[in-house]
Write a new protein. Sequence first.
Lengths: 189, 191
Amino acid sequence: MEVVLNQKKIKELIKINGYNVRSLALQANLSRQGYYDMFKSDYQPVSKGLYAVAEVLGVSPIDLLTESDNTLRELNQLLHNAAQGDARNFEVLPAIIYSAVKKSIPVNGTNTINNRILAAAAQIAYSITNKKKLQLLATKLEQQERRNAFFFGSDLMELTHIIQMTPVPMAKHNVFGVFELKDFERHFK
Amino acid sequence: MILVDQTKLKSFIRYIDAKLDHPVSLYIAGGSAVVILCPDAQSTKDIDTFSSNELLLIKKINKSIPPDISLDINNGINTFEAYLPDDWKNHSIHSSIFSGKYLQIYTLCPEDLVLMKTFRFNSKDAQDIEKLLALDSFNKNKYKKRFMEMFRAAPPGQPIVHAGSFAMIWKKIHPGSSITAQKILKLADLE
């Protein structure tokens, strides 16, 4: 079983104890960045930071841990493969992003290609679910650099054909591929 | 489990096979068929099969499968049967590696898989087609012959679109080919 910090619970305890992030970090002898780093996917959860925060909040360190959700791992795997041009991985990505947003799991990429793909996937998820948070995510991830584009299927298909057949939510973020919205919808179960 | 590879597909098939007490044949198309034929392929959790009485039995067994092994088995591929020659079963391939004691697994032949994907031809299909074209066993002339046979039979969809899809695929098989959608239409007397 993998464990991670329970961000939601920590936020609740901060509020109950009358802290904010700045004052908590100060009490726990952490920098603000050090506090936020605790929630990154590669952070080792059982650490001095966890013990320090737990002591300040007056709880056991175990109370601040929760079982790792597979969603983030799946999302990262899908994103990695989609960024290599895998259309099938991209097809599943909008549904996983929706799942991540519902669970308040942060969604962001590590480079412009990843962010472009995530923005397109979030836009598709929004067009299917109409959940505003997804539109906000897509906008946040949207790349201002419009000259670059990403294509699925370009080894076999002509670019003009791909562009013509791309669903509007994808094209909005300069990500192109021959899909139908129903291809994405079936993963939203 | 998001995407399915050969290992996951085998686990599913073995579970089903263990619950059977008589021979059952399953004909698979779509992404799962590509996974069976191409070791590095992945598919989504759907297994597209052709309708049969046995499918109902397998679906019933599927309800008891642990979630981490379970896949969605369906007969959705029936809607695409209009794009296949009537003798597709005769050309299907038995997979001894995936078949169990009772459950016998067949896939469409690579040429028929590419044929079906030619008529839909989305980005997923494009990547599957590339994998299938790379198989040593892929017979490009058989593919072309069966495509022209189905194309002349006027399957659903616009002929110019299907002809364009075939032209793109044929150029991958024969780089530098001067084939165009118009030439295909002329060849098929569909201009």
